[in-house]
Design a protein around this ligand. Structure first.
Ligand SMILES: NC(=O)c1ccc[n+]([C@@H]2O[C@H](COP(=O)([O-])OP(=O)(O)OC[C@H]3O[C@@H](n4cnc5c(N)ncnc54)[C@H](OP(=O)(O)O)[C@@H]3O)[C@@H](O)[C@H]2O)c1
Length: 243
């Protein structure tokens, strides 16, 4: 199956991390579908990707944070693209520093968990059956090392939310050890931003996108965690292991 026969669903594909992945996948010849709650974000994504690949991008307005919303988005997706062969999930948010836990409300914690974990779980439950039983298919989660330590004072709930996503991915690897679909995680231990906004040590979303697209294209590994802590790791942790 060549890239042009493969259709990637990019969950969170209109975001900072996701948009770099979407652009790189399109540049490699994949068809890509993106679901976002925000129509204007989808329009920005459309103008961000290479003009010659735009016809291979399908955008759908939808909310994958609830079972009904995700089911509705799935129906719209299948109607538009017919099939899905790969999923990349980079749901969540770029940054959170709401303050130390004693200053936060249950509502704040709810929002963090909803955005980082609930949407990841619900969309996995709805979309994984499309790819689960085929060894030519892939499901890739993008997670963050913020779940392993407090990044700085005031980011406690980011740690809690990111840790819940890490634990969810681990649970999937261990609960489904034999699943044919290539199930992988790319864990990013540093910041990610657009090239014009990156500071030293940060990953730019275009380089990250290219490395993730290479992993998806290769389909060499499953049940692996690729940890990226610096720009150099993109080459050693991802590209060299998958080219
Ligand atoms: N940015 C970083 O520095 C960084 C570093 C390490 C790891 N990461 C990982 O990458 C993930 C994404 O980060 P990012 O910077 O790309 O964040 P972002 O720019 O805020 O993008 C996140 C995307 O998730 C989508 N999303 C969230 N809930 C949704 C829902 N219920 N239905 C549909 N879409 C939903 C948002 O879609 P809408 O368009 O609908 O808002 C948005 O496009 C993080 O959660 C983390 O796991 C990021």
């Amino acid at each position: 199956m060549s890239s042009s026969d493969r259709v990637v669903l990019a969950l969170g594909g209109a975001g900072t991390v996701g948009s770099g992945i979407v652009k790189a996948l399109l540049d490699k010849g994949f068809k890509v579908a993106v679901i976002s709650r925000d129509r204007s974000r989808l329009e920005r994504l459309r103008s961000f990707v290479s003009p010659t690949t735009r016809d291979n991008l399908t955008t759908i307005v939808g909310n994958v944070g609830s079972e009904e919303g995700a089911e509705e988005a799935k129906q719209a997706l299948l109607k538009a693209v017919g099939k899905v062969t790969d999923v990349v999930s980079s749901l969540g948010f770029s940054w959170w520093r709401g303050g130390p836990p004693h200053t936060q409300s249950l509502k704040d914690l709810h929002w963090v968990i909803e955005t980082l974990l609930f949407s990841t779980f619900v969309s996995w439950k709805v979309f994984f059956p499309l790819v689960r039983d085929d060894c030519n298919c892939t499901y890739t989660f993008i997670t963050g090392g913020a779940g392993e330590k407090l990044l700085m004072p005031g980011t406690g709930f980011l740690t809690v939310g990111a840790a819940s996503a890490l634990a969810f991915c681990q649970a999937l690897r261990e609960e489904y050890p034999e699943v044919p679909c290539k199930l992988n995680e790319v864990k990013i231990n540093t910041g990610v931003d657009a090239p014009e906004r990156t500071t030293p040590g940060y990953l730019n979303n275009l380089d990250l996108g290219e490395a993730v697209a290479t992993l998806v294209e290769a389909r060499n590994s499953s049940h692996s965690v690729f940890t990226v802590s610096s720009p150099a790791d993109l080459k050693t942790a991802l590209l060299e292991r998958n080219l």
